[in-house]
Design a binder for this molecule. Sequence first.
Ligand code: FES
Length: 96
Amino acid sequence: MPRRFEAEGVPVSLVLRGRELFAVHDVCSHSAVSLSAGEVEVEVDRCTVECWLHGSRFDLRTGRPLDPPATRPVPVYPVRVADGRVYARLAPPSAG
Ligand code: FES
């Protein structure tokens, strides 16, 4: 389940998939709703977060939408865990 955090006014959704941690901008690029309210789909070679409103799935590694109606990627942020803390580099965001 994605967890929403806010850092310096930036909404970030953290998603733990197995031992991998992902940080994506917590706003859908289609209609500005929170992605952290969505479901995480885990497949062998794919991990996505699905927007709860219209169903677009976004690749957690790249932010790219995999389904319509979203056509623009969401920013993804480099993230790491050290000393029990999560660090995400929010600027500059990368997308797609
Ligand atoms: S609001 Fe997310 S796909 Fe439409």
